[in-house]
Design a protein around this ligand. Structure first.
Ligand SMILES: [Zn+2]
Length: 178
């Protein structure tokens, strides 16, 4: 199912190095579903401390990061324990770029980007040291968002004009002989 919302998480792990393998082991031990990309990680993306972004699930497959909303929510797991530490500048930039790219790709409404705690009073995720105002600021559509929308639109118009998209051929094509 196509995603309609994006949810930001903290991995709640203060381990200073790369966390992907740790998260994968932990989620495997917790019986999380194996993804088509070969991971047990419940998030759709993991953002390491240095800003590296790893996609662990397809955007439109079943996720495992927020109870009751896993069929149509992209999850971004940000490495670190943000009850006690701030996300790094590299992470904030990477998350912002990722969110803007996903909003454009899936036409996700800016009002549909959340922190995990918006779904449960029992969690502080994405972290007490990552205040709501900053989470909101991550997805304020800015000039680059509108620019990327315009770029996709102009690409689409170009394809339509040259007949490379949405043009069914009436009968005989190259593949007909096969
Ligand atoms: Zn969370």
């Amino acid at each position: 199912m196509n995603p309609i919302r994006i949810i930001v998480h903290t991995t709640a792990d203060s381990f200073p190095g790369k966390q992907l393998d740790r998260i994968n082991d932990w989620h495997k031990a917790s019986d999380f579903p194996f993804s088509s990309r070969g991971y047990f990680v419940g998030y759709t993306y993991v953002v390491e401390r240095d800003g590296e972004v790893i996609q662990t699930r397809e955007d439109n497959e079943r996720q495992a990061h927020v109870k009751g909303f896993n069929k149509d929510s992209i999850g971004i797991g940000v490495a670190g324990n943000h009850d006690y530490e701030r996300p790094t500048a590299a992470q904030v930039l990477a998350v912002k770029n990722l969110i803007l790219r996903l909003m454009t790709k899936w036409a996700i409404n800016p009002n549909n980007v959340f922190g995990h705690r918006d779904f449960t009073k029992l969690k502080t995720c994405p972290g007490l040291r990552w205040p709501e105002s900053e989470i909101k600021a991550l997805f304020q559509p800015d000039n680059s968002y509108y620019q990327s929308l315009l770029n996709s639109l102009s690409e689409l118009l170009k394809k339509l004009r040259t007949g490379k998209v949405g043009s069914a051929s009436p009968c005989i094509t190259e593949e007909s002989k096969q």
